[in-house]
Ligand binder design. Structure first.
Ligand SMILES: Nc1ncnc2c1ncn2[C@@H]1O[C@H](COP(=O)(O)OP(=O)(O)OP(=O)(O)O)[C@@H](O)[C@H]1O
Ligand SMILES: [Mg+2]
Length: 512
Protein backbone atom coordinates (compact mmCIF):
# COMPACT_ATOMS: atom_id res chain seq x y z
CA UNK A 1 0.00 0.00 0.00
CA UNK A 2 1.44 3.44 -0.94
CA UNK A 3 2.33 5.75 1.95
CA UNK A 4 -0.07 8.43 0.71
CA UNK A 5 -3.01 6.09 1.31
CA UNK A 6 -3.02 5.36 5.05
CA UNK A 7 -5.24 2.54 6.31
CA UNK A 8 -8.14 2.92 8.74
CA UNK A 9 -6.02 2.34 11.88
CA UNK A 10 -3.99 5.49 11.14
CA UNK A 11 -7.18 7.32 10.28
CA UNK A 12 -8.68 6.25 13.63
CA UNK A 13 -6.09 8.35 15.46
CA UNK A 14 -7.06 11.35 13.36
CA UNK A 15 -10.77 10.70 13.92
CA UNK A 16 -10.22 10.49 17.66
CA UNK A 17 -8.45 13.86 17.60
CA UNK A 18 -11.34 15.36 15.65
CA UNK A 19 -13.82 13.93 18.19
CA UNK A 20 -12.00 15.66 21.01
CA UNK A 21 -12.26 18.98 19.21
CA UNK A 22 -15.94 18.36 18.42
CA UNK A 23 -16.79 17.65 22.02
CA UNK A 24 -15.60 21.01 23.19
CA UNK A 25 -17.70 22.95 20.69
CA UNK A 26 -21.28 23.64 21.81
CA UNK A 27 -22.31 26.23 19.24
CA UNK A 28 -24.04 24.46 16.36
CA UNK A 29 -22.84 26.78 13.59
CA UNK A 30 -19.22 26.65 14.71
CA UNK A 31 -19.46 22.88 15.21
CA UNK A 32 -20.72 22.33 11.65
CA UNK A 33 -17.82 24.41 10.31
CA UNK A 34 -15.33 22.52 12.43
CA UNK A 35 -16.58 19.11 11.32
CA UNK A 36 -16.64 20.14 7.65
CA UNK A 37 -13.10 21.49 7.82
CA UNK A 38 -11.75 18.41 9.55
CA UNK A 39 -13.58 16.09 7.14
CA UNK A 40 -12.00 17.68 4.07
CA UNK A 41 -8.54 17.09 5.57
CA UNK A 42 -9.39 13.58 6.65
CA UNK A 43 -10.79 12.53 3.31
CA UNK A 44 -8.40 14.63 1.20
CA UNK A 45 -11.23 16.23 -0.71
CA UNK A 46 -12.38 19.73 -1.62
CA UNK A 47 -15.55 20.10 0.44
CA UNK A 48 -17.69 18.43 3.08
CA UNK A 49 -21.14 19.33 4.31
CA UNK A 50 -23.77 17.98 6.61
CA UNK A 51 -27.42 17.95 5.60
CA UNK A 52 -29.60 17.86 8.69
CA UNK A 53 -33.14 16.59 8.71
CA UNK A 54 -35.87 18.99 9.77
CA UNK A 55 -38.48 16.32 10.43
CA UNK A 56 -41.29 18.81 11.01
CA UNK A 57 -40.99 20.33 7.58
CA UNK A 58 -39.58 17.19 5.97
CA UNK A 59 -36.66 19.18 4.62
CA UNK A 60 -32.90 18.88 4.65
CA UNK A 61 -30.88 21.94 5.52
CA UNK A 62 -27.21 22.72 5.32
CA UNK A 63 -24.85 25.67 5.56
CA UNK A 64 -24.11 26.98 2.06
CA UNK A 65 -20.38 27.23 2.83
CA UNK A 66 -17.86 27.20 5.66
CA UNK A 67 -18.25 30.21 7.91
CA UNK A 68 -21.40 31.27 6.09
CA UNK A 69 -24.63 32.01 7.90
CA UNK A 70 -26.54 31.28 4.73
CA UNK A 71 -28.70 28.17 4.83
CA UNK A 72 -29.73 25.94 1.98
CA UNK A 73 -33.02 24.06 2.31
CA UNK A 74 -34.70 21.53 0.07
CA UNK A 75 -37.20 18.69 0.07
CA UNK A 76 -35.87 15.81 2.18
CA UNK A 77 -36.49 13.30 -0.64
CA UNK A 78 -34.24 15.12 -3.11
CA UNK A 79 -30.67 14.40 -4.18
CA UNK A 80 -28.05 11.99 -2.99
CA UNK A 81 -28.34 13.33 0.57
CA UNK A 82 -32.10 12.68 0.40
CA UNK A 83 -31.52 9.11 -0.70
CA UNK A 84 -29.06 8.47 2.06
CA UNK A 85 -31.42 9.89 4.67
CA UNK A 86 -34.30 7.85 3.30
CA UNK A 87 -32.48 4.52 2.99
CA UNK A 88 -29.58 4.82 5.43
CA UNK A 89 -27.28 3.60 2.66
CA UNK A 90 -23.80 4.89 1.91
CA UNK A 91 -23.70 6.27 -1.62
CA UNK A 92 -20.41 6.71 -3.49
CA UNK A 93 -20.84 8.38 -6.91
CA UNK A 94 -17.90 8.87 -9.26
CA UNK A 95 -19.64 11.01 -11.88
CA UNK A 96 -22.25 13.17 -10.15
CA UNK A 97 -23.85 14.53 -13.32
CA UNK A 98 -24.23 11.01 -14.72
CA UNK A 99 -26.20 9.82 -11.68
CA UNK A 100 -30.01 10.31 -11.84
CA UNK A 101 -30.17 10.75 -8.03
CA UNK A 102 -27.91 13.80 -8.16
CA UNK A 103 -29.81 17.05 -7.57
CA UNK A 104 -28.19 19.60 -9.91
CA UNK A 105 -30.22 22.52 -8.53
CA UNK A 106 -28.01 22.61 -5.45
CA UNK A 107 -24.89 23.25 -7.51
CA UNK A 108 -26.97 25.85 -9.31
CA UNK A 109 -27.70 27.60 -6.01
CA UNK A 110 -24.23 27.43 -4.53
CA UNK A 111 -22.33 28.00 -7.77
CA UNK A 112 -20.21 24.94 -7.04
CA UNK A 113 -19.35 22.22 -9.55
CA UNK A 114 -19.62 18.73 -8.05
CA UNK A 115 -17.53 16.04 -9.68
CA UNK A 116 -17.89 13.12 -7.28
CA UNK A 117 -19.80 12.59 -4.02
CA UNK A 118 -19.57 10.29 -1.03
CA UNK A 119 -22.62 10.34 1.29
CA UNK A 120 -23.15 8.46 4.56
CA UNK A 121 -26.08 8.58 6.98
CA UNK A 122 -25.73 10.26 10.37
CA UNK A 123 -27.48 8.46 13.20
CA UNK A 124 -28.05 9.60 16.75
CA UNK A 125 -27.53 7.37 19.80
CA UNK A 126 -31.01 5.90 19.41
CA UNK A 127 -30.14 4.87 15.86
CA UNK A 128 -32.43 7.44 14.24
CA UNK A 129 -31.15 9.09 11.06
CA UNK A 130 -30.69 12.81 11.68
CA UNK A 131 -29.10 13.69 8.34
CA UNK A 132 -26.49 12.90 5.72
CA UNK A 133 -22.78 13.67 5.69
CA UNK A 134 -21.35 14.36 2.24
CA UNK A 135 -17.78 14.67 1.02
CA UNK A 136 -17.34 16.28 -2.41
CA UNK A 137 -14.62 16.20 -5.05
CA UNK A 138 -11.79 13.93 -3.97
CA UNK A 139 -8.46 15.71 -4.57
CA UNK A 140 -7.13 12.86 -6.70
CA UNK A 141 -9.45 10.39 -8.39
CA UNK A 142 -12.54 9.06 -6.65
CA UNK A 143 -13.54 8.19 -3.05
CA UNK A 144 -12.34 4.73 -1.94
CA UNK A 145 -13.86 2.06 0.30
CA UNK A 146 -11.49 3.31 3.05
CA UNK A 147 -12.92 6.80 2.65
CA UNK A 148 -16.38 5.30 3.12
CA UNK A 149 -15.28 3.73 6.41
CA UNK A 150 -13.58 6.91 7.61
CA UNK A 151 -16.56 9.12 6.79
CA UNK A 152 -18.95 6.64 8.45
CA UNK A 153 -16.80 6.60 11.60
CA UNK A 154 -16.63 10.39 11.67
CA UNK A 155 -20.36 10.71 10.94
CA UNK A 156 -21.35 8.57 13.92
CA UNK A 157 -19.46 10.86 16.31
CA UNK A 158 -20.52 14.00 14.48
CA UNK A 159 -24.19 13.04 14.83
CA UNK A 160 -23.92 12.86 18.60
CA UNK A 161 -21.99 16.13 18.88
CA UNK A 162 -24.54 17.84 16.62
CA UNK A 163 -27.48 16.53 18.60
CA UNK A 164 -25.88 17.69 21.84
CA UNK A 165 -25.22 21.13 20.37
CA UNK A 166 -28.83 21.34 19.17
CA UNK A 167 -30.04 20.42 22.64
CA UNK A 168 -27.75 22.92 24.30
CA UNK A 169 -29.00 25.55 21.84
CA UNK A 170 -32.62 24.79 22.74
CA UNK A 171 -31.84 24.90 26.45
CA UNK A 172 -30.09 28.23 26.00
CA UNK A 173 -33.04 29.62 24.10
CA UNK A 174 -35.53 28.49 26.71
CA UNK A 175 -33.27 29.77 29.44
CA UNK A 176 -33.09 33.14 27.70
CA UNK A 177 -36.86 33.14 27.50
CA UNK A 178 -37.15 32.36 31.20
CA UNK A 179 -34.66 35.06 32.08
CA UNK A 180 -36.68 37.53 30.04
CA UNK A 181 -39.96 36.44 31.60
CA UNK A 182 -38.41 36.65 35.01
CA UNK A 183 -37.14 40.16 34.34
CA UNK A 184 -40.61 41.09 33.16
CA UNK A 185 -42.19 39.73 36.36
CA UNK A 186 -39.66 41.62 38.43
CA UNK A 187 -40.53 44.83 36.65
CA UNK A 188 -44.21 44.18 37.44
CA UNK A 189 -43.52 43.53 41.09
CA UNK A 190 -41.27 46.54 41.33
CA UNK A 191 -43.79 48.77 39.62
CA UNK A 192 -46.43 47.56 41.99
CA UNK A 193 -44.38 48.27 45.08
CA UNK A 194 -41.83 50.84 43.95
CA UNK A 195 -44.24 53.64 44.56
CA UNK A 196 -44.90 51.34 47.54
CA UNK A 197 -48.36 50.42 46.31
CA UNK A 198 -49.48 52.39 49.34
CA UNK A 199 -52.15 54.73 48.09
CA UNK A 200 -52.96 57.96 49.84
CA UNK A 201 -52.04 61.61 49.58
CA UNK A 202 -52.97 62.82 53.04
CA UNK A 203 -50.63 63.48 55.92
CA UNK A 204 -51.11 60.15 57.72
CA UNK A 205 -50.46 57.90 54.74
CA UNK A 206 -47.65 60.10 53.51
CA UNK A 207 -46.01 59.78 56.91
CA UNK A 208 -46.06 56.00 56.45
CA UNK A 209 -44.68 56.29 52.91
CA UNK A 210 -41.85 58.56 54.03
CA UNK A 211 -40.97 56.24 56.89
CA UNK A 212 -40.89 53.25 54.53
CA UNK A 213 -38.56 55.17 52.22
CA UNK A 214 -36.30 56.20 55.06
CA UNK A 215 -35.79 52.73 56.55
CA UNK A 216 -35.96 50.39 53.58
CA UNK A 217 -32.21 50.27 53.00
CA UNK A 218 -31.16 49.96 56.62
CA UNK A 219 -32.10 46.38 57.45
CA UNK A 220 -33.49 47.30 60.88
CA UNK A 221 -36.43 45.43 62.37
CA UNK A 222 -39.78 47.11 62.03
CA UNK A 223 -42.98 46.65 63.97
CA UNK A 224 -46.11 47.45 62.02
CA UNK A 225 -49.29 47.90 64.01
CA UNK A 226 -52.84 48.68 63.03
CA UNK A 227 -56.31 47.21 62.95
CA UNK A 228 -57.21 44.37 60.65
CA UNK A 229 -57.18 45.33 56.97
CA UNK A 230 -55.25 48.59 57.34
CA UNK A 231 -52.38 47.52 55.08
CA UNK A 232 -49.81 46.08 57.49
CA UNK A 233 -48.72 43.37 55.06
CA UNK A 234 -48.78 45.89 52.22
CA UNK A 235 -46.35 48.09 54.18
CA UNK A 236 -44.11 45.09 54.91
CA UNK A 237 -43.98 44.20 51.21
CA UNK A 238 -43.33 47.81 50.29
CA UNK A 239 -40.30 47.80 52.60
CA UNK A 240 -39.01 44.49 51.24
CA UNK A 241 -39.56 45.10 47.54
CA UNK A 242 -37.93 48.52 47.58
CA UNK A 243 -35.00 47.38 49.73
CA UNK A 244 -31.68 45.91 48.57
CA UNK A 245 -33.18 42.52 49.54
CA UNK A 246 -35.91 42.82 46.91
CA UNK A 247 -34.63 39.97 44.75
CA UNK A 248 -34.35 37.58 47.66
CA UNK A 249 -37.41 35.93 49.19
CA UNK A 250 -40.19 37.67 51.11
CA UNK A 251 -41.53 35.00 53.43
CA UNK A 252 -44.74 35.73 55.34
CA UNK A 253 -45.56 33.59 58.33
CA UNK A 254 -48.86 33.87 60.15
CA UNK A 255 -47.91 33.18 63.76
CA UNK A 256 -51.56 32.96 64.84
CA UNK A 257 -52.10 29.98 62.57
CA UNK A 258 -49.22 27.96 64.04
CA UNK A 259 -50.09 25.29 66.55
CA UNK A 260 -47.77 25.45 69.54
CA UNK A 261 -46.29 22.03 68.74
CA UNK A 262 -45.23 23.09 65.23
CA UNK A 263 -43.87 26.56 65.89
CA UNK A 264 -40.29 25.48 66.32
CA UNK A 265 -40.02 23.14 63.35
CA UNK A 266 -41.84 25.65 61.15
CA UNK A 267 -39.52 28.49 62.08
CA UNK A 268 -36.22 26.69 62.36
CA UNK A 269 -36.64 23.46 60.39
CA UNK A 270 -36.37 19.88 61.50
CA UNK A 271 -33.84 17.06 61.08
CA UNK A 272 -34.82 13.82 59.42
CA UNK A 273 -35.99 11.07 61.76
CA UNK A 274 -36.68 13.22 64.84
CA UNK A 275 -39.90 11.27 65.06
CA UNK A 276 -40.90 8.26 63.02
CA UNK A 277 -41.52 9.19 59.42
CA UNK A 278 -40.28 12.75 59.80
CA UNK A 279 -38.44 14.07 56.74
CA UNK A 280 -35.93 16.87 57.13
CA UNK A 281 -37.32 20.29 56.31
CA UNK A 282 -35.85 23.80 56.23
CA UNK A 283 -37.51 26.39 58.41
CA UNK A 284 -38.95 29.74 57.41
CA UNK A 285 -35.90 31.61 58.71
CA UNK A 286 -33.71 29.72 56.27
CA UNK A 287 -36.20 30.08 53.44
CA UNK A 288 -35.98 33.83 53.92
CA UNK A 289 -32.17 33.84 53.97
CA UNK A 290 -30.89 36.99 52.29
CA UNK A 291 -34.43 38.35 52.25
CA UNK A 292 -37.17 39.30 54.66
CA UNK A 293 -39.22 37.28 57.14
CA UNK A 294 -42.59 38.82 57.92
CA UNK A 295 -43.91 37.58 61.25
CA UNK A 296 -47.59 38.38 61.01
CA UNK A 297 -49.70 38.43 64.19
CA UNK A 298 -46.57 38.22 66.31
CA UNK A 299 -48.68 39.05 69.35
CA UNK A 300 -50.18 35.58 69.12
CA UNK A 301 -46.90 33.70 69.64
CA UNK A 302 -46.50 31.74 72.86
CA UNK A 303 -43.89 32.91 75.36
CA UNK A 304 -41.77 29.84 74.56
CA UNK A 305 -41.77 30.63 70.84
CA UNK A 306 -40.99 34.29 71.59
CA UNK A 307 -37.90 33.22 73.52
CA UNK A 308 -36.67 31.16 70.58
CA UNK A 309 -37.19 33.94 68.08
CA UNK A 310 -35.39 36.35 70.35
CA UNK A 311 -32.41 34.02 70.34
CA UNK A 312 -32.27 33.93 66.54
CA UNK A 313 -32.47 37.70 66.39
CA UNK A 314 -29.64 38.03 68.89
CA UNK A 315 -27.34 35.35 67.56
CA UNK A 316 -28.28 35.30 63.86
CA UNK A 317 -28.08 31.52 63.71
CA UNK A 318 -30.79 28.86 63.59
CA UNK A 319 -30.71 25.33 64.90
CA UNK A 320 -33.02 22.72 63.46
CA UNK A 321 -35.22 20.70 65.76
CA UNK A 322 -33.39 17.45 66.46
CA UNK A 323 -29.88 18.86 66.57
CA UNK A 324 -27.53 19.69 63.76
CA UNK A 325 -25.01 22.48 63.63
CA UNK A 326 -26.25 26.05 64.07
CA UNK A 327 -26.61 27.63 60.62
CA UNK A 328 -26.03 31.36 60.16
CA UNK A 329 -28.94 33.23 58.63
CA UNK A 330 -29.13 36.74 57.22
CA UNK A 331 -32.75 37.74 57.57
CA UNK A 332 -34.49 41.04 58.05
CA UNK A 333 -37.43 40.63 60.38
CA UNK A 334 -40.60 42.65 59.99
CA UNK A 335 -43.39 41.97 62.45
CA UNK A 336 -47.04 42.96 62.54
CA UNK A 337 -49.81 42.82 65.07
CA UNK A 338 -53.21 44.30 65.74
CA UNK A 339 -52.73 43.80 69.46
CA UNK A 340 -51.53 46.44 71.86
CA UNK A 341 -48.18 44.85 72.69
CA UNK A 342 -47.44 47.20 75.55
CA UNK A 343 -50.66 46.10 77.21
CA UNK A 344 -49.67 42.48 76.49
CA UNK A 345 -46.30 43.08 78.17
CA UNK A 346 -48.03 44.54 81.21
CA UNK A 347 -50.28 41.48 81.31
CA UNK A 348 -47.27 39.15 81.01
CA UNK A 349 -48.26 37.80 77.59
CA UNK A 350 -45.38 39.31 75.58
CA UNK A 351 -41.67 39.50 76.31
CA UNK A 352 -40.41 43.00 76.79
CA UNK A 353 -36.93 42.19 75.44
CA UNK A 354 -38.39 40.81 72.20
CA UNK A 355 -40.59 43.88 71.93
CA UNK A 356 -37.56 46.17 72.04
CA UNK A 357 -35.76 44.03 69.45
CA UNK A 358 -38.53 44.20 66.88
CA UNK A 359 -39.78 47.67 67.68
CA UNK A 360 -36.66 49.47 66.47
CA UNK A 361 -38.94 51.31 64.11
CA UNK A 362 -42.69 51.49 64.60
CA UNK A 363 -45.09 52.04 61.74
CA UNK A 364 -48.70 52.63 62.70
CA UNK A 365 -51.22 52.04 59.96
CA UNK A 366 -54.21 54.33 60.44
CA UNK A 367 -57.74 52.93 60.54
CA UNK A 368 -59.76 53.87 57.47
CA UNK A 369 -62.14 56.02 59.54
CA UNK A 370 -59.13 58.18 60.47
CA UNK A 371 -58.29 58.82 56.82
CA UNK A 372 -61.71 59.20 55.24
CA UNK A 373 -60.31 61.83 52.87
CA UNK A 374 -58.43 58.99 51.11
CA UNK A 375 -61.57 56.95 50.44
CA UNK A 376 -62.45 58.37 46.99
CA UNK A 377 -58.87 57.88 45.83
CA UNK A 378 -58.69 54.34 47.21
CA UNK A 379 -62.12 53.36 45.87
CA UNK A 380 -61.25 54.60 42.38
CA UNK A 381 -57.92 52.84 42.53
CA UNK A 382 -59.54 49.51 43.42
CA UNK A 383 -62.13 50.02 40.70
CA UNK A 384 -59.45 50.61 38.07
CA UNK A 385 -57.54 47.61 39.35
CA UNK A 386 -60.68 45.46 39.07
CA UNK A 387 -61.43 46.59 35.52
CA UNK A 388 -57.84 46.03 34.43
CA UNK A 389 -57.73 42.54 35.93
CA UNK A 390 -61.07 41.60 34.39
CA UNK A 391 -60.13 43.15 31.05
CA UNK A 392 -63.21 45.37 31.23
CA UNK A 393 -63.54 48.98 30.11
CA UNK A 394 -63.03 51.50 32.90
CA UNK A 395 -65.99 52.16 35.20
CA UNK A 396 -66.96 55.11 37.35
CA UNK A 397 -68.39 55.68 40.79
CA UNK A 398 -71.33 58.07 40.86
CA UNK A 399 -70.68 61.08 43.12
CA UNK A 400 -73.43 60.02 45.58
CA UNK A 401 -71.77 56.62 45.88
CA UNK A 402 -68.43 58.21 46.68
CA UNK A 403 -70.09 60.33 49.35
CA UNK A 404 -71.72 57.32 50.90
CA UNK A 405 -68.46 55.36 50.86
CA UNK A 406 -66.68 58.25 52.57
CA UNK A 407 -69.19 58.17 55.41
CA UNK A 408 -69.52 54.41 56.01
CA UNK A 409 -67.97 53.13 59.27
CA UNK A 410 -65.52 50.57 57.73
CA UNK A 411 -64.69 48.31 60.69
CA UNK A 412 -62.78 46.10 58.24
CA UNK A 413 -60.77 49.09 56.99
CA UNK A 414 -59.17 49.25 53.53
CA UNK A 415 -59.65 45.53 52.92
CA UNK A 416 -63.39 45.92 53.45
CA UNK A 417 -63.49 48.95 51.16
CA UNK A 418 -61.63 47.02 48.49
CA UNK A 419 -64.01 44.05 48.76
CA UNK A 420 -67.02 46.36 48.64
CA UNK A 421 -65.75 48.12 45.49
CA UNK A 422 -65.05 44.76 43.84
CA UNK A 423 -68.52 43.52 44.77
CA UNK A 424 -70.19 46.63 43.39
CA UNK A 425 -68.16 46.50 40.19
CA UNK A 426 -69.03 42.84 39.66
CA UNK A 427 -72.76 43.49 40.18
CA UNK A 428 -73.00 46.86 38.43
CA UNK A 429 -75.48 47.01 35.60
CA UNK A 430 -73.71 49.80 33.74
CA UNK A 431 -70.34 51.48 33.53
CA UNK A 432 -71.38 53.88 36.28
CA UNK A 433 -71.82 52.44 39.74
CA UNK A 434 -74.86 54.14 41.20
CA UNK A 435 -76.64 54.14 44.53
CA UNK A 436 -78.70 51.14 43.52
CA UNK A 437 -75.47 49.09 43.53
CA UNK A 438 -74.64 50.17 47.07
CA UNK A 439 -77.29 48.00 48.63
CA UNK A 440 -76.03 45.99 51.50
CA UNK A 441 -73.05 48.23 52.18
CA UNK A 442 -72.43 47.04 55.71
CA UNK A 443 -73.35 49.62 58.29
CA UNK A 444 -73.76 52.35 55.70
CA UNK A 445 -75.76 55.17 57.13
CA UNK A 446 -79.13 55.07 55.49
CA UNK A 447 -80.77 57.97 53.72
CA UNK A 448 -82.95 58.88 56.65
CA UNK A 449 -80.33 58.83 59.40
CA UNK A 450 -80.88 62.28 60.80
CA UNK A 451 -77.29 62.62 61.96
CA UNK A 452 -75.92 62.43 58.48
CA UNK A 453 -76.94 65.49 56.65
CA UNK A 454 -75.61 64.56 53.28
CA UNK A 455 -78.27 65.54 50.85
CA UNK A 456 -78.73 62.83 48.27
CA UNK A 457 -79.85 65.09 45.51
CA UNK A 458 -77.57 68.06 45.58
CA UNK A 459 -76.72 69.53 42.19
CA UNK A 460 -73.37 68.25 40.99
CA UNK A 461 -70.42 70.17 42.37
CA UNK A 462 -69.25 72.79 39.93
CA UNK A 463 -65.54 72.66 40.79
CA UNK A 464 -63.01 70.63 42.70
CA UNK A 465 -62.97 73.29 45.41
CA UNK A 466 -66.75 73.04 45.83
CA UNK A 467 -66.57 69.26 45.88
CA UNK A 468 -63.89 69.26 48.57
CA UNK A 469 -65.82 71.76 50.66
CA UNK A 470 -68.93 69.67 50.32
CA UNK A 471 -67.02 66.58 51.39
CA UNK A 472 -65.44 68.36 54.35
CA UNK A 473 -68.77 69.73 55.50
CA UNK A 474 -70.31 66.25 55.35
CA UNK A 475 -67.40 64.66 57.21
CA UNK A 476 -67.45 67.30 59.94
CA UNK A 477 -71.16 66.80 60.45
CA UNK A 478 -70.69 63.06 60.58
CA UNK A 479 -67.82 63.27 63.08
CA UNK A 480 -69.76 65.63 65.33
CA UNK A 481 -72.74 63.32 65.18
CA UNK A 482 -70.61 60.29 66.03
CA UNK A 483 -69.08 62.05 69.03
CA UNK A 484 -72.24 63.80 70.22
CA UNK A 485 -70.75 67.17 69.42
CA UNK A 486 -67.56 66.57 71.41
CA UNK A 487 -65.25 68.84 69.43
CA UNK A 488 -62.06 67.38 70.88
CA UNK A 489 -63.00 63.82 69.87
CA UNK A 490 -64.43 64.86 66.51
CA UNK A 491 -61.19 66.70 65.70
CA UNK A 492 -59.19 63.56 66.53
CA UNK A 493 -61.44 61.42 64.28
CA UNK A 494 -60.85 63.87 61.46
CA UNK A 495 -57.12 64.13 62.01
CA UNK A 496 -57.41 67.84 62.84
CA UNK A 497 -56.49 69.97 65.82
CA UNK A 498 -59.42 71.26 67.83
CA UNK A 499 -58.73 74.80 66.61
CA UNK A 500 -58.52 73.53 63.03
CA UNK A 501 -61.94 71.97 63.41
CA UNK A 502 -63.39 75.13 64.92
CA UNK A 503 -62.01 77.19 62.02
CA UNK A 504 -63.60 74.87 59.50
CA UNK A 505 -66.90 74.82 61.37
CA UNK A 506 -66.94 78.65 61.23
CA UNK A 507 -66.24 78.56 57.52
CA UNK A 508 -69.08 76.14 56.85
CA UNK A 509 -71.57 77.64 59.27
CA UNK A 510 -74.70 78.63 57.35
CA UNK A 511 -74.56 82.32 56.59
CA UNK A 512 -76.79 84.55 58.71
N1 LIG B 1 -53.02 52.49 51.64
C1 LIG B 1 -53.36 51.46 50.85
N2 LIG B 1 -53.28 51.59 49.52
C2 LIG B 1 -53.63 50.59 48.69
N3 LIG B 1 -54.09 49.41 49.11
C3 LIG B 1 -54.21 49.22 50.42
C4 LIG B 1 -53.84 50.21 51.37
N4 LIG B 1 -54.04 49.72 52.60
C5 LIG B 1 -54.50 48.48 52.45
N5 LIG B 1 -54.61 48.16 51.15
C6 LIG B 1 -55.12 46.91 50.58
O1 LIG B 1 -56.06 46.38 51.51
C7 LIG B 1 -55.94 44.98 51.62
C8 LIG B 1 -55.60 44.57 53.04
O2 LIG B 1 -54.27 44.95 53.36
P1 LIG B 1 -53.28 44.04 54.23
O3 LIG B 1 -53.51 42.61 53.95
O4 LIG B 1 -51.93 44.59 54.06
O5 LIG B 1 -53.86 44.38 55.68
P2 LIG B 1 -53.40 43.84 57.09
O6 LIG B 1 -53.25 45.03 57.94
O7 LIG B 1 -52.22 42.95 56.94
O8 LIG B 1 -54.68 43.03 57.54
P3 LIG B 1 -54.82 41.84 58.64
O9 LIG B 1 -54.54 42.45 59.97
O10 LIG B 1 -56.24 41.44 58.50
O11 LIG B 1 -53.84 40.80 58.25
C9 LIG B 1 -54.88 44.57 50.64
O12 LIG B 1 -55.52 44.23 49.42
C10 LIG B 1 -54.06 45.82 50.47
O13 LIG B 1 -53.41 45.85 49.23
MG1 LIG C 1 -52.14 40.86 57.33
Amino acid sequence: MPASQPGLPEKLGEILAICQKMNSERDLGALLDLIAREATNLLECDRASMFLLDAERNELWSKVALGSEEILRFDARMGIAGHTVETGQTINVEEAYADPRFYTAIDGQTGYRTRNVLAVAMRNQRGQIIGAFEALNKNAGAFTARDEESLAALASHAAIAIETAQLVGELRRSQDELVQQNAHLWREVEQRYSSHGIIGTGQKIQQVVRLVERIRDSGVSVLITGESGTGKELAAKAIHYTSPRARRPFVALNCAALPETLVESELFGIEKGVATGVQSRVGQFQKADGGTLFLDEIGDLSLAAQAKILRVLQERVVERVGGGRPTPVDVRVLAATNKDLEAEIARGGFREDLYYRINVIHIRMPALREIREEIPLLANHFLREYCREMGRPDMELAPEVQRRLVLAPWPGNVRQLRNEVMRMAACARSGVIGEEDLEGLPGAPSENTAAVAVPAARPPATSLKNAVEELERGMIQQALAETRNNQQQAARLLGLSRQGLINKMKRYAPAG
